[in-house]
Write a protein that binds this ligand. Structure first.
Ligand code: PAF
Length: 284
């Protein structure tokens, strides 16, 4: 029998967290937009291992979607989400309404420079402003000790770390590895949009990243050549429309000439109307 409670208001959430704190428990936070999959479940499990009280937030955050993006059709599956996180050891699910989070008169947003500017920052103007705003709000609402994010949204993890540093937020950020389907496709809530044909085409992303990794293992150190391996493999599946495919410094997202530091290969594509991203770390 699950003991995971679901609350919808900030007041209820805060009183539950205060009670857990009074019992001396460390508080873990897993922020999500719901439509949970095994990638999210791995974050909940990591929190449950390290923290005595795990809060999962389920909130489809309108401020991080562009006007032409999929906010309205984003999958909303709260009951199934609660069952999954209960099995993984969550203690509390916070599923607020939009009005609870952004009451009338809300007028403050978080703007992040540096790592938020290239790549997703260029393709999705305003996206990281919305992400940073909701993440800071959730950090302030929950008051957790540790927050868990997936490596699949690699640039998002850099943006969150930058914000935590710049605003002196007293929280530790943990990043957990991307969870993949057996054939390599990175788990994503948006995978449900893919038709069977697109689902096969989408394998080009993980295949291209694997080839790039293999080139590094074989000794390639030129970032230009590694980017070429990545882009050539993606181009072999023309149905996959590439927005960017780059090899960048893992900390700054600038493109170095040589793989002489930790780097990351990052791809963003459209398959049909579905936007898919993926990445892998490349170590010299
Ligand atoms: O990664 C996500 O699902 C979202 O960007 C997050 C961190 C929950 C903020 O809405």
């Amino acid at each position: 029998m699950s003991t995971t409670q679901v609350v919808h208001t900030i007041a209820e959430l805060r009183s539950q967290v205060a009670a857990a704190r009074a019992r001396g428990l460390k508080i873990g936070l897993v922020p999500t937009m719901g439509a949970l999959h095994p990638g999210h479940v791995s974050l909940v499990a990591a929190s449950a291992r390290a923290c005595g009280f795990t809060v999962v937030t389920v909130f489809v955050n309108p401020t991080q979607f562009g006007p032409k993006e999929d906010f309205a059709k984003y999958p909303r599956t709260l009951e199934a989400d609660v069952a999954q996180v209960a099995a993984a050891g969550a203690d509390l699910v916070f599923a607020p309404s939009v009005d609870e989070v952004y009451p009338a008169g809300n007028a403050t947003f978080v703007e992040i420079g540096g790592v938020a500017e290239p790549l997703e920052g260029e393709c999705r103007p305003g996206h990281f402003r919305g992400v940073a705003t909701i993440v800071l709000k959730l950090f302030n609402i929950v008051g957790a000790d540790v927050a868990y994010f997936g490596q699949k949204d690699y640039q998002q993890t850099l943006v969150v770390r930058q914000m935590v540093r710049d605003f002196n937020v007293p929280i530790t950020v943990e990043v957990c590895p991307t969870v993949r389907e057996p054939d390599g496709l990175a788990m994503s809530s948006r995978n449900v949009y893919l038709s069977p044909a697109e689902r096969k085409q989408a394998l080009a992303l993980s295949r291209a990243l694997r080839k790039t990794e293999q080139a590094v293992t074989a000794g390639e150190r030129s970032v230009w050549k590694l980017r070429d391996v990545l882009q050539t493999e993606l181009a072999a599946t023309p149905e996959v429309r590439v927005q960017y495919a780059v090899v960048a410094d893992a900390a700054t997202l600038r493109e170095p000439a040589e793989l002489d530091r930790p780097c990351v290969a990052l791809v963003a594509t459209h398959v049909g109307t579905t936007r898919l991203i993926d990445n892998c770390l490349l170590r010299p």
